[in-house]
Design a protein around this ligand. Structure first.
Ligand code: FES
Length: 523
């Protein structure tokens, strides 16, 4: 099997039964905030125009580059579709001209004339833009798992579909937290340190569980070339930066006794077989190393080349074309009326602070949108350039995470703990999306199985996104950390220490305990 890196999460997989183009990303995403790192500008795109199959893991714009797909990929290509609850991806692809599809089922291998592919799909409202996925490819000689940036929780099934010769996975951050939050610098740095460490150890935990012969750091980090965001790049291995690059992860693995990591940059080609993986880079080793050791100079050059694109994208944002308050009221209020679970989850008020232009309140208790009349407490406050909100309105963007929020072009303040329902609401801004999220939350019944953790019997599934805590939980001094996203629980009380009002069912071990019991409190 021959695998060419296209940068970020992009792969071109060549097998004896044909090729698969995965997550090609070339155009900047999120209002010119994110660019592929290292740059993939020099790749000859013609090589990838006619793949037999196209696989897009999800709809985030650093994975689903509509412009590239429209301009550079044959519409005769067959698309491998993940098993998502809504057919949003298929609709977008049909709009671009694609018309051949293989619809997969979660974890069910599909035989494509000798080439076997399996797509583990994740469908919680918090999984990407209402769905994220990975890809297992098996050509009878070699088997790889492209985990991408998905966070699979059913590791037993994943492992049972192995063994794997190579594992491609994300290890770096892809979020705005904690950078955009308005808080003392020291506190922000402490959160950054914790997040960076959690990301690396979560990825390592996946590496250990999947246990592939070779591991390739993949799907990030992006780089930030606009002056407004340039500081977000991890120039000097700052322990508080959430965007460590692949060299950091490879060293982290080595420190933990794993020397089977392989680095790939755009244009690197891996020749993979059952027991060998040789990687050839597009430039000499020294030049590749310099990208990472002299990252500031590399990014300064890259930035200079991309400045015209950044200027054009920012210059085209609408200003003063939209009555923001009445547009949001007309759009959001009918949704709020239907959003029982989300409104109960937020149970408060969110302020859109549009700089000097307007202060718009989203009131999840009254289910209304209105202008702030000064004062008042808000659970979340987002300070945003009104041009970005105008853009969202004019384009009727139904998912503001996959655009405005991932751009990192805002500031946030929050009162109290993280509330996932706030961000969830901004990604379900259509009746169809909202209905799915409402039903999902309404149906997510607690999993009742218990396991022994320290001196307690503890609910096995994490209250956050149901990770199996027997695999992802780490207990220290009576605190259980779910390493999938870092939520922590006090075992004595079950109280969640990091997020919202979620609770973990726990009880002290005093006698032999049966397997069935009810968690005390869930969302
Ligand atoms: S599943 Fe997200 S912290 Fe446990």
């Amino acid at each position: 099997m021959k695998i060419t890196s296209l940068g970020h999460a992009g792969l071109f997989i060549e097998t004896r039964y044909g090729s698969i183009l995965c997550d090609p990303w070339f155009n900047p995403a999120y209002f010119a905030s994110w660019f592929p790192f290292p740059s993939n500008e020099d790749l000859d795109l013609e090589q990838f125009r006619d793949p037999i199959y196209l696989y897009l893991s999800h709809l985030h714009r650093d994975h689903f580059d509509a412009r590239f797909l429209r301009e550079h990929v044959s519409k005769e290509t067959t698309v491998l579709l993940p098993d998502f609850p809504l057919d949003l991806m298929e609709r977008e692809l049909r709009d671009l001209g694609f018309h051949r599809f293989v619809k997969t089922n979660n974890f069910e291998p599909v035989d494509l004339g000798g080439l076997h592919v399996t797509i583990p799909s994740l469908v919680a409202p918090t999984d990407g833009p209402l769905g994220d996925s990975g890809l297992i490819v098996d050509d009878g000689e070699t088997r790889i798992f492209d985990q991408n940036d998905s966070r699979p929780v059913d590791l037993e099934t994943l492992v049972s579909l192995g063994p794997y010769d190579a594992h491609f996975l994300q290890f770096s951050g892809a979020i705005w937290y904690p950078m955009v939050y308005d808080m003392p610098e020291r506190a922000k740095r402490a959160l950054g340190v914790k997040k960076r460490a959690n990301q690396l150890s979560r990825a390592m935990r996946y590496v250990r569980q999947i246990d592939a012969s070779f591991v390739v750091p993949h799907a990030g980090p992006p780089c930030f070339l606009d002056d407004d965001l340039f500081r977000l790049n991890d120039f000097d291995r700052d322990p508080a930066n959430i965007f460590p690059d692949q060299t950091v992860f490879l060293e982290f693995l080595e420190e933990h006794g794993m020397d089977n990591g392989r680095s790939m940059i755009p244009g690197s080609v891996a020749d993979l077989s059952r027991d060998a993986c040789t990687v050839e880079h597009p430039s000499p080793e020294d030049a590749v190393r310099t990208i990472f050791t002299d990252k500031r100079a590399y990014l300064e050059d890259y930035k200079a080349r991309k400045q015209p694109v950044i200027d054009e994208i920012k210059g085209s944002l609408p200003r003063g074309q939209v009555d923001i308050l009445s547009s949001l009221r007309e759009w959001f209020e009918p949704l709020l009326v239907q959003a029982d679970m989300n409104c109960v989850g937020v149970n408060g008020r969110v302020l859109l602070d549009l700089e000097d232009e307007q202060q718009v309140v989203l009131d999840f208790q009254k289910r209304q949108v209105y202008e702030a009349n000064g004062g008042g407490a808000y659970d979340y406050r987002f300070r945003i350039d009104p041009a970005l909100v105008e853009h969202q309105i004019l384009n009727h963007e139904e998912d503001w995470i996959n655009g405005l929020f991932l751009s990192c072009r805002f500031e946030a303040t929050r009162r109290g703990a993280y509330n996932e329902y706030v961000y969830n609401f901004f990604k379900v801004l259509s009746p169809e999306r909202l209905r799915y999220s409402e039903e999902y939350y309404a149906q997510s019944a607690p999993v009742r199985q218990l396991w022994e953790c320290g001196n307690f019997m503890v609910q096995r599934s994490c209250p956050h996104l149901k990770a199996d805590l027997t695999r992802f939980g780490e207990e220290k001094d009576g605190i259980l950390t779910c390493t999938l996203h870092g939520w922590q629980f006090d075992l004595a009380t079950g109280k969640c220490l990091t997020s919202d009002e979620s609770r973990l069912y726990t009880r002290p071990i005093v006698e032999k305990v049966g397997e069935e019991t009810s968690p005390t409190s869930q969302h």
